[in-house]
Structures are given as structure tokens and as C-alpha cells.
Write a protein that binds this ligand. Structure first.
Ligand code: MBD
Ligand code: FE
Length: 309
């Protein structure tokens, strides 16, 4: 029930004034967005009758999240990263662009410049006790033509749900590789079946999820960037059927088109043919890239990343 102590006109005037709207200096875009943001924030404060204590608790919360470098976790946890995907999906649809593999969120844990190899890669360093996992797939264009020389940049968590460079327990670039597709557009990775990620126990993000009555877990997933000259770069992931958190991903990353089934290979000949000595899991993840197009927002996102340095 709105309590509104302040008139709409007074809010708008104050927000515009704080955003420098009546000056011709500064950056027009920054001013326009700031004015809207402040106006809407004032509306929320007024309509929800936010107390001073509540307001400053919220400021401290954001400060804690920033200090912990978990703003990149808070954004997907509040569905905003998925919302940006929904907007890009719709912009593509309105531009008549369709037929490519579905996108989903990048998340906060990508590290650029992973080791690059041709056709295939071993992603794990042999120390993870988890289940061996073979991922195979083909990259093609909208017409079904294979794309040779595409770069498939893959990263995922280990069998404990931790990422190299983040959990402090893994070798640099463990479970992070770039694979260039072969003449048939194919790639193959040998790795370890990942576990889902859970927000750190003391994180501001988990604290918020608990206050919202939500959990702070992701289903197991494997991240991809796929790029090729003349094509729109794709950011995506796949998940696994039967995962406990498949349809309640705290980061809203699950999309039905991106759920794969793990085949368990136990046949002795099949194990030998794969060059392995124990049962393993296998899946196929094929990717369709759309052609580069003018007048559609681009898919390569400029954002801060964890770096290897
Ligand atoms: C992850 O691994 C992730 O992919 C997202 C979106 C958020 C937190 C951890
Ligand atoms: Fe992830």
C-alpha cells in the first residue's frame, strides 16, 4: 500500500536536479539514466516506506558485496543478468534473427586467455577424483554448414563446484580451455563432470538469498563462448537432466534447450576405444552460430574479468 509522503512532481524535480538535467555540461546518457534511476528509487523508498535504518542497511549491504568482489554474483542472483539476455533475445527476434543456439548468462567466473589447442583438449590436470567426462560437438552455421576454425572457449567447476583462480585450490587454468574446431567443425574435450556452484557461506549474496527465502545454488553447468569470423559470438552453458537444482537455479541460467543428458559408458571396448581405463560420462553439445548482422545489438560484452596475472 503506497504511503507516498512526497509528491511525484517533487521526486522528479529532485531526481532531475541530482542528475544535472538543468545543466548542459556532463554526459547526456549518464544524466538521462541517472535521473530515471533516482526517480524510481525515490518511488520505491516512498511507496515501501523505507526507514532510515533500512536504507543504510541496504547501503552497507551493497558496500559489503562490492568489498567482497561479489557484485558479479549479486547480478545473476537478482535475475538481472538473465533479464539482459531476455532483452537481447527479443532484440534479435524483432530483427528477424533466429535459428542459432540459445544463449544464457556468462556469470562472474570467466578468465580470458585459457590454453588453446586444435580439435581437442584435456581440460583437467588429473588430480580431480570426479567422473571422467567427454564432451563432443560440432559448430555449424544457420544453413547447417560446419564452421572450421571456430574457437570454443569452455570453463566449468570441478567435482566440488569450485573454479580455478577462484577457489584457491586448483592449478591455473584447470578446467578452462579454448579449442579450435577441426575441418568438420568438431571439437572434443576430456574433462571431469562438474558439480553445481553454491554461493560462499559468508557472502552478501547468500545472505540476501536467505532473507528472500531462496537457496543460493546453481545446478551443475558448463560455460561456453563460441566465436568464428563472420558470425555472432555466442555466450551459453549447458546443464544436466535430473540435476537437483535444474529448475531453481539461483542465477536463472537454465534454459530447456540447453539441458543435456549424460550417457554413462561402462562397456569395456567403448572405454578402451575412448583411450580410457574406467567408466566415463559422455555428452554431445552442438552449436549453431548466426551470421554477423548490422543493426542488432552485439553479443560480445565488455565487462571486467578475473585475470590470470
Ligand atoms: C557461477 O559459476 C555462475 O556461473 C554464476 C552465473 C554465478 C555464480 C557462479
Ligand atoms: Fe558457472
Amino acid at each position: 500500500m503506497p504511503t507516498n509522503l512526497i509528491s511525484d512532481a517533487d521526486k522528479k524535480n529532485l531526481a532531475n536536479s541530482a542528475a544535472g538535467i538543468d545543466s548542459d555540461k556532463g554526459d547526456a546518457r549518464t544524466k538521462a539514466v541517472t535521473a530515471q534511476l533516482l526517480y524510481r528509487l525515490m518511488q520505491v523508498i516512498d511507496e515501501c516506506d523505507v526507514s532510515m535504518d533500512e536504507f543504510w542497511a541496504a547501503v552497507a549491504f551493497i558496500g559489503k558485496a562490492a568489498k567482497n568482489e561479489e557484485l558479479g554474483l549479486l547480478v545473476p542472483g537478482t535475475a538481472l543478468e538473465h533479464f539482459l539476455d531476455l532483452r537481447l533475445d527479443e532484440a534479435e527476434r524483432l530483427a528477424g534473427l533466429n535459428g542459432g543456439t540459445m544463449r544464457t548468462i556468462e556469470g562472474p567466473l570467466y578468465v580470458p586467455d585459457a590454453p588453446l589447442s586444435k580439435g581437442e583438449a584435456r581440460m583437467d590436470d588429473g588430480t580431480d577424483p570426479g567422473e571422467v567426462f567427454i564432451i563432443e560437438g560440432q559448430v555449424s552455421d544457420e544453413d547447417g554448414k560446419p564452421i572450421a576454425g571456430a574457437i570454443v572457449d569452455i570453463w566449468h567447476a570441478n567435482s566440488k563446484g569450485g573454479y580455478s583462480f577462484i577457489d584457491g585450490e586448483q592449478a591455473p587454468y584447470n578446467l578452462r580451455r579454448r579449442i579450435e574446431t577441426d575441418e568438420q567443425g568438431r571439437y572434443r574435450a576430456q574433462t571431469i563432470v562438474p558439480n553445481g556452484y553454491g554461493c560462499p557461506p559468508e557472502s552478501a549474496t547468500r545472505q540476501l538469498m536467505t532473507a528472500l527465502g531462496r537457496h543460493a545454488e546453481r545446478p551443475a553447468h558448463v560455460h561456453y563462448f563460441i566465436s568464428a569470423p563472420g558470425h555472432r559470438q555466442l555466450t551459453t552453458q549447458f546443464n544436466f537432466t535430473g540435476d537437483k537444482y535444474l529448475y531453481t537455479d539461483f542465477a536463472f541460467g537454465t534454459r530447456e534447450e540447453l539441458v543435456v543428458t549424460l550417457d554413462r559408458v561402462v562397456d569395456a571396448d567403448a572405454i578402451r576405444n575412448a583411450g580410457l581405463n574406467r567408466p566415463f560420462a559422455r555428452t554431445t553439445f552442438d552449436v549453431v552460430l548466426t551470421k554477423e548482422r548490422a543493426n542488432v545489438p552485439q553479443t560480445v560484452v565488455s565487462r571486467a574479468h578475473v585475470t590470470a596475472g
